[in-house]
Structures are given as structure tokens and as C-alpha cells.
Ligand binder design. Structure first.
Ligand SMILES: [Zn+2]
Ligand SMILES: [Zn+2]
Length: 167
């Protein structure tokens, strides 16, 4: 859980750091602690927070299947308020319940991390991957397979040829 005690936050700007365990957040695939950094600006009971989340995930490269550590670095802006009329365009708004002093910010953290995983995970941008024929890791060594280049334009010609033969 990532909770914030409103009573402890002074007026004006302040900063705070936390370390959250992914286990506490039920985050599948995450196994390193999440460093949370908050830039807080409090104006009366409106608390504007810029949060930064840093962690890593261990995964395998999409091309060569080697293990990798992918850094995750995400920013989220939120507002905690008791003012139900307040709307903040780009920010997530958390309403503080009347008698409560704590706000649970876990949802923002959860969403940011899940969205922060890149679509493609590569050990390095120019990973050569595995040979489709013998499975050699082409980052490590070359193989002698002659990989057929399939160009879809040739497939069309081939088809035309085959059709002509039938006729
Ligand atoms: Zn790779
Ligand atoms: Zn090969």
C-alpha cells in the first residue's frame, strides 16, 4: 500500500520518499522494491503531488530470450482534496473522506507501473535475436544457416506462375 497521512503534510512545498514492496500492491511480474518520490505542494486542504516511481522488472528479451532487467521510471500527478467541486484536468483526483486523514494512493502507483512496461522488451535496441533455423543466439556468434528471405511480392509472382501451369 502507498498511503499518505494528510495531517503530517505541512502547508507549502515539501518532499517525501518511500519504498514500496510490489508484494503489498499485488503487482504480478514485479519483484524489485519501488522507489517512490513525491513533490508535494499543499494549499489549504488541496494537496498537489508529483509522484515518481522507479523500479526494475526481470524479464526475457523478446528476440533472443536472454534474461534482462528493464528499468521502469514513471511520473504521475495527483491531487488530494476535501473539495468535491475540484476538478483537475490532467491529474488523478483523490477525495479525502470527512473524518479520515489518510489517502490510499496505491491505485495510481499500480496503474503507472502496469502501463510503464514497454510493449517490446529488448536486451538492447539492436538485439539480433535467434536464428530461426538453428536457434543460435546471433548476438553471441554467427551461424551458417542460409535463411531464406521471404518477400511477399515474390509469393504473388509464384502464385501467378502456378496458376498458369494449371491452365
Ligand atoms: Zn536480446
Ligand atoms: Zn542458424
Amino acid at each position: 500500500m502507498l498511503t499518505l497521512n494528510i495531517a503530517e503534510i505541512k502547508q507549502g512545498s515539501s518532499q517525501t520518499k518511500r519504498t514500496v514492496s510490489p508484494v503489498d500492491l499485488d503487482l504480478k511480474g514485479f519483484n524489485y522494491p519501488i522507489e517512490v518520490h513525491m513533490d508535494i505542494n499543499r494549499v489549504a486542504d488541496n494537496i498537489y503531488i508529483r509522484m515518481n516511481f522507479k523500479t526494475r522488472i526481470s524479464a526475457v528479451c523478446d528476440r533472443c530470450l536472454e534474461d534482462l532487467l528493464q528499468p521502469i521510471d514513471e511520473n504521475v500527478r495527483i491531487v488530494c482534496t476535501r473539495d468535491t467541486q475540484l476538478s483537475a484536468d490532467e491529474d488523478d483526483v483523490y477525495f479525502i473522506k470527512d473524518k479520515s486523514d489518510t489517502v490510499d494512493l496505491s491505485l495510481s502507483l499500480h496503474q503507472a507501473l502496469v502501463l510503464g512496461i514497454p510493449q517490446k522488451l529488448l536486451c538492447r535496441p539492436d538485439c539480433r535475436g535467434l536464428c530461426p533455423s538453428c536457434g543460435t543466439n546471433l548476438n553471441v556468434k554467427k551461424c551458417h544457416c542460409k535463411v531464406k528471405k521471404t518477400d511477399p511480392r515474390w509469393d504473388v509472382l509464384k502464385k501467378l506462375k502456378e496458376n498458369n501451369n494449371i491452365n
